[in-house]
Design a protein around this ligand. Structure first.
Ligand code: PLP
Length: 492
């Protein structure tokens, strides 16, 4: 209580004691600017003194500029003058640890050119929000909130919302996985899942194999964990298995994990064939290197039949940790993903997650689960596959038609990866930005440190990712034509 420490002494003027007390509170910053004081009537009642005493107290404080009154509203604190004289300037740069320094240095939202609405941007691989089935989502929201509101708005369990876990177990079975001895942990998307796994099972300096290039956020997460990243090149016919074997041989017994995205790999858009999945799995199994499989967008297949994830080859073994995410097919804003792995792995990760953020929003999990279970999801998937499939084919044709490329990678998904002939894609981007066209330069996806010199044999310098999910067909063509024009200007 605000005035509980004020002990009034009958031998001293009462109004002065109350005035000093309030003044000290204000000078010490304990009454914030514009906070409301009790009315004279209330305060006289609280302190058991006459109302006139409080009126005199407030008059004095008002004349010192420490409070002000508004007719019909009350009396308020004016601490602005006081607070200005109490400067405190912490040097947060000195406080910053290596985790924050790495996260900030690699935060491409801060370091890369910014998107503006007039741009044709091939940068984002987010789904097109215009395609979202908002009506279906609303129905699911109303359904679960009326059915389970108390449960969903209270604390839930770190492992996740049980009906969603059960749904995903079935879903993983449909992808060819066994579920005995395995379990699921619901996470805030792939990003949290990967971070949890690295937090639980790696330490600074551990080695991790990954495709080179790979998902920029994954590079950032591996670097914030101070892992020694061993990139294995992706060549015209896919992951370079000779290089993989050589890296394993050179670092035998010191590699903790291999991280791989076999379907619609980011940024190349490539899909690994079943035979190569098997070969990859066997190499890693024989060398006892657990695999972290990123299956983030494997649902988005446009033509071929479904290829089973590497986790399905693991059967009753425990060497593969699979991460799934709904970010590209449904609502990335909900941030829902999952980890499917051996029960013991999930149990450890569950405790790490509880330590971090207790659990992923139960309301969100319940809405998503309800949505997944009804017909709307299937219809929605059909629709987006058609729309994105058409955009993929069209973007591919436009690149083939307009751009002098060395190769185009992309077997589906939401983007193409293009290698240009003798063009530094950073320089190209600078010029494109002047024409309001934007793309992701390839260097952002490579694990090697960037050198400034441009070597045209170096894929880091001469590649770009073109994402088209949020563009219209007209924008795709116009944007690619613009890029082609600029290439012509630079090379002429
Ligand atoms: C390779 C890869 N994995 C996973 C994700 C999805 O991450 P999240 O589920 O955290 O949105 C992305 C998104 O761009 C990605 O490119």
């Amino acid at each position: 209580m605000l005035f509980s420490n004020l002990k009034l002494d009958d031998k001293k003027p009462i109004y002065l004691q109350i005035e000093n007390y309030i003044e000290n509170l204000i000078l010490n910053g304990l009454l914030p600017q514009d906070s409301k004081l009790p009315s004279t009537r209330e305060l006289s009642h609280i302190l058991n003194v006459s109302r006139n005493t409080i009126v005199s107290t407030y008059d004095e404080l008002r004349s010192k500029g420490l409070i002000y009154s508004l007719a019909g509203k009350g009396t308020f604190v004016n601490s602005q003058k006081v607070l200005k004289s109490k400067d405190w300037n912490v040097d947060w740069n000195k406080y910053e640890n290596n985790y924050s320094i790495t996260a900030n240095n690699l935060d491409i939202i801060k370091t890369e050119p910014k998107w503006t609405p007039e741009m044709i941007s091939f940068k984002s691989i987010s789904p097109d929000g215009e395609l979202f089935d908002v009506e279906g989502f609303k129905k699911s929201f109303l359904h679960v909130i009326s059915l389970e509101s108390h449960k969903l708005l209270n604390y839930g369990y770190a492992q996740g919302y049980l009906p969603l876990i059960q749904y995903l177990k079935k879903y993983m079975m449909e992808k060819g996985n066994v579920t005995t001895g395995k379990d699921i942990l619901i996470t805030n998307g792939f990003t949290e899942a990967f971070d949890l796994i690295l937090s639980a099972f790696t330490k600074e300096g551990d080695k991790i194999i990954c495709e080179n290039p790979t998902h920029n956020t994954s590079i950032k997460i591996m670097k914030t964990h101070n892992l020694d990243i061993l990139g294995v090149d992706i060549k015209e016919n896919g992951l370079d298995f000779d290089m993989l074997s050589k890296k394993i041989e050179e670092n035998i017994n010191s590699i903790k994990f291999a991280y791989i995205t076999p379907s619609y790999h980011n940024p190349t858009g490539r899909v690994m064939t079943p035979e190569r999945r098997y070969e990859f799995y066997e190499i890693l199994r024989e060398n006892n290197i657990p695999i972290i499989e990123d299956g983030f967008v494997e649902e988005l297949l446009y033509t071929s039949s479904h290829i089973f994830p590497i986790s399905s080859l693991d059967n009753n073994n425990n060497g593969v940790i699979y991460i799934g995410s709904f970010s590209k097919i449904l609502f990335p804003g909900m941030r829902i993903g999952w980890i499917y792995a051996d029960k013991n792995v999930i149990s450890k990760l569950e405790s790490v997650k509880r330590c971090r953020n207790i659990h992923t929003s139960f309301l969100d999990q319940a809405i998503l689960c309800d949505y997944l279970k009804n017909d709307s999801f299937e219809k929605y998937m059909k629709k987006i596959k058609k729309v994105y499939g058409n955009k993929f084919n069209f973007a591919y044709e436009c690149v083939e038609k307009y751009i002098p490329y060395e190769y185009i990678f992309g077997d589906g998904g939401l983007y193409l990866f293009v290698k240009l002939k003798n063009i530094d894609t950073r320089k190209l981007l600078d010029e494109c930005l002047k024409r309001n066209v934007m793309f992701m330069p390839g260097d952002l996806f490579f694990v090697n440190d960037n050198s400034n010199e441009c070597d045209f044999n170096d894929d880091r310098k001469t590649t770009l990712r073109l994402a088209f999910s949020r563009l219209t067909m007209e924008q795709i063509e116009e944007g690619i034509k613009n890029i082609a024009d600029i290439i012509r200007l630079i090379t002429s």
